[in-house]
Design a protein around this ligand. Structure first.
Ligand code: NAD
Length: 540
């Protein structure tokens, strides 16, 4: 991988000139092997990221320019045909090794994830587990997903048709900060297995995790230039959309619309994994002993900064009071913390911006008449961006958190009198990413699921059963996205479908041309008889 720092190896380039190196949480020489992987030139500026747990400067690294993005894509384009020409087995071996590497070196990547995002170690481990699952899945199922398929030809026997999946070329992946390991790899792995090259633009706050992935892929045997990282914000992301053959975007709905518009102009494919305003319904028959801890996890994993996280609780009125009493007590007992170990239940928000957004949503709801059953406060005693897990009741319809994604540890409560009303409330949003239903009667929950407008509906769990089931597609209805990650669908989005049709009868004198050579009305008459016979014989 080529970078501007290869030649001189000067650490000075990696250090923010305004800050003494000693003030960084991560020593510059420790992160230098990662930071040198950024595709960058000398004049594109630097970015300083922050340790969310304390607000201290974490690391400073160079950014990529538009020309760097063009260079990364050019080199990826040059490397891709040789990769695609390898056997599928040779490509999947790399995935298998990567899965093993991530499991073996998990303490390193768990530390990095926690330090860049501020999340708890348990939330970070969900990323490690996800990558182990996804690598295994595509290593095993890649062959089936990419297999050629026969199709019936226009003339039975005389026309042989096969449908092939070809890699699109270079896939761009733009990722947010909330799952910096998972969201880079769940797009990159199906792309690589299908024979594409990948250029990734992570969020600036979580660039080190993407660079660690680049290092782990190289260690797993991925040839040079097939996975590269460009660093920067929206301008670098937009430059990537301008260069690649497919863009896999994960982020907010607002940015997703811009990416989709540009991809539309360029006529490239776009997979869009966007925001949610996810509901969770506790039916009258739910078993509260299992429901309460499950709902706590559904709402507060990664401090609610999870696209599938639950932000709207829909409670049947028969169990609402008892559920809330037990739920609020469990939420109050959640342990907040910043240690790089498994002691905390809930970590920090990622940044001052996220803290401001969460605070604005809660304060707005409270000012409009909502009540905080628990939480509703900034926990600066734990760290600068910590916010208490919060349950809001009586949230008015015009409150920000009633309709907009908060993307934080805040959930609001609505009571309903029937399943039908629950479905109406669940669907009363322009988002449709994830929904959850809790009931001991799974058949009834399945019937409700069929009426819910969401890309995943999880019964008796909040999100993990759908997210972790990587053979099944995951994505959004409505403004929550377009296309799907995971499973066969992810492979389909990064491949072109090519039909190869062979006319077999020509050397025996049977061909479209020999038919047309009969002249006049005769070919049409012959074809009419043939098609009528096929219809009667129910052929095709
Ligand atoms: P964001 O849209 O602000 O940024 C996402 C990424 O897009 C970042 O890397 C950013 O630098 C880049 N970007 C910004 N402007 C761009 C542009 N004009 N062109 C190209 N790239 C651009 O999102 P965020 O606030 O960082 O992330 C949180 C959002 O992501 C939430 O809405 C969350 O629900 C969503 N999300 C969705 C999923 C999913 O699978 N559906 C998963 C995780 C997060």
């Amino acid at each position: 991988m080529s970078t501007a720092h290869e030649s001189d190896g000067a650490l000075g380039d990696l250090i923010d000139p305004e800050l003494p190196a000693a003030t960084y949480v991560l020593e510059p020489d420790v992160v230098a092997p990662l930071v040198r992987r950024i595709v960058t030139s000398d004049d594109a500026g630097t970015h300083r990221s922050t340790l969310p747990f304390s607000g201290a400067p974490l690391v400073s690294f160079p950014l990529s320019s538009v020309a760097d993005v063009e260079g990364a894509v050019r080199r990826a384009r040059a490397a891709q045909p040789a990769w695609a020409a390898l056997s599928l087995r040779e490509r999947t071996v790399v995935l298998d090794r990567l899965g093993a590497t991530v499991l073996r070196r998990q303490s390193e990547i768990l530390d990095l994830i926690q330090m860049e995002t501020g999340k708890s170690r348990r939330s970070a481990f969900e990323e490690v587990a996800d990558v182990a699952q996804v690598t295994r899945h595509y290593a095993v199922r890649g062959r089936r997903y990419l297999a050629d398929r026969r199709a019936s030809g226009v003339f039975p026997v005389l026309t042989g048709v096969r449908v092939h999946r070809r890699p699109v070329g270079v896939v761009g992946a733009i990722a947010p900060w909330n799952y910096p390991l998972t969201l880079v790899l769940s797009e990159a792995l199906p792309a690589l297995v299908a024979g594409n090259a990948v250029v990734v633009k992570p969020d600036p706050q979580t660039t080190l995790c993407a660079l660690w992935v680049a290092e782990a892929l190289e260690e797993s045997g991925l040839p040079e230039d097939l996975f590269s990282v460009v660093a920067g914000g929206g301008d670098v992301g937009a430059a990537l959309v301008d260069q690649v053959d497919h863009i896999a975007f994960t982020g907010s709905t607002a940015t997703g619309r811009k990416v989709a518009a540009r991809a539309g102009e360029r006529l490239i494919g776009a997979t869009l994994e966007l925001g949610g305003k996810n509901p969770l319904y506790v039916a009258a028959d739910a078993d509260l002993d299992t429901t309460v801890p499950g709902v706590v996890r559904a709402c507060f994993s990664n401090s609610g900064q999870l696209c599938m996280s639950i932000e709207r609780l829909v409670l049947h009125e028969r169990i609402a009071d008892e559920f809330l009493e037990r739920f609020v007590e469990a939420v109050r007992g959640l342990e907040l913390g910043s240690a790089l170990d498994y002691t905390a239940d809930v970590g920090s928000l990622v940044s001052a911006d996220q803290l401001a957004r969460v605070t604005e949503h809660v304060d707005d709801a409270l000012a409009k008449g909502a009540r905080a059953l628990v939480g509703g406060v900034h926990r600066s005693d734990v760290g600068p961006f910590f916010y208490a897990p919060t349950v809001l009741d009586d949230v008015p319809a015009d409150a920000l958190c009633a309709t907009q994604e908060t993307f934080g540890p805040v959930v609001s409560v609505t009571r309903v009198a029937s399943d039908a009303e629950a479905v109406r409330v669940m669907n009363a949003t322009d988002m449709g990413l994830n929904a959850s239903i809790w009931s001991v009667d799974v058949a009834r929950a399945r019937r409700l699921a069929a009426q819910v407008e969401a890309g995943t509906v999880v019964i008796n769990d909040g999100y993990l059963s759908a997210w972790g089931s990587v053979a099944a597609p995951m994505g959004g209805f409505k403004a929550s996205g377009q296309g799907r990650r995971h499973g066969r669908e992810a492979i389909e989005s990064v491949t072109e479908v090519q039909t190869v049709a062979v006319q077999r009868g020509a050397r025996f004198g049977i061909s479209v041309d020999s038919l047309y050579a009969l002249g006049g009305e005769t070919p049409s008459k012959v074809l009419t008889v043939a098609m009528d016979a096929m219809r009667r014989l129910r052929l095709r």
